[in-house]
Design a protein around this ligand. Structure first.
Ligand code: FMN
Length: 203
């Protein structure tokens, strides 16, 4: 997917991924967003937190999506946050980034904008819902309007892998070996499509 820095409205898909599962979900969600001609998907990631908590790596990663800037966040019309589940919660690098968004909070930059969340876990009952729900909290403090997945999505009723009403999810397995299931892919894409439609209505 081409990097987009145009002035067109965009849904920011901001994620952290160590082993690639959350990144694979982000790409499917971006495909869903981009089913609309009127809005674009902007994929951004965050650096790992280093042992001394200060960034020690290059400002631009060697591969993959580039790091999210403050301007990427401030300028988005909608936001979708993705994280691996770490002990039933979001991963520290994403939390670290969010903890640096006091200016956006003070300025009210994200108030009234739609948002959603997604996660990947190692095991089926390893805390997907707790991660998704707690990822919503900082977004609510920012005044964002949270959207999940409605049960009109048939896959929510039948999935035996990921997929929750709180947002898309994926079960990657203990060896990170599980590819996204057909249900997970459809739920990611339709979630992206839903967030894009909501964003356009609220522009
Ligand atoms: C420190 C740590 C904590 C984890 N905690 C959980 C957990 O609570 N539940 C779970 O199912 N998986 C847990 N996992 C596994 C990851 O959530 C899983 O491998 C995920 O798919 C990784 O996503 P990624 O490929 O985008 O990095 C943990 C992994 C690490 C490294």
């Amino acid at each position: 997917m081409p990097e987009n820095n145009s002035s067109s409205p965009y849904v920011l898909i901001l994620y952290y991924s160590r082993n690639g599962a959350t990144r694979a979900m982000a790409k499917q969600i971006a495909r869903g967003v981009e089913q609309s001609d009127a809005i674009e998907a902007r994929l951004r990631t965050v650096p790992a937190v280093s042992p001394n908590t200060e960034a020690s790596e290059a400002a631009i990663p060697e591969s993959g999506d580039i790091y999210c800037s403050q301007a990427d966040l401030t300028g988005c019309s909608g936001l979708i946050l993705g994280s691996p589940t770490r002990f039933g919660n979001m991963a520290a690098p994403l939390k670290y980034f969010l903890d640096g968004t006091a200016n956006q909070w003070l300025n009210g930059d994200l108030i009234g904008k739609p948002a959603g969340v997604f996660t990947s876990t190692g095991s089926l009952h390893g805390g997907q819902e707790t991660t998704l729900l707690t990822m919503m909290l900082p977004l609510l403090h920012h005044g964002m309007l949270i959207a999940g997945i409605p049960y009109s999505e048939a896959d929510l009723h039948t999935t035996t892998t990921g997929g929750t009403p709180y947002g898309p999810s994926h079960v990657a397995g203990q060896q990170h070996s599980a590819v996204l299931s057909d249900e997970e892919i459809r739920l990611c894409q339709n979630f992206g499509k839903r967030l894009a439609a909501l964003t356009l209505r609220l522009l």
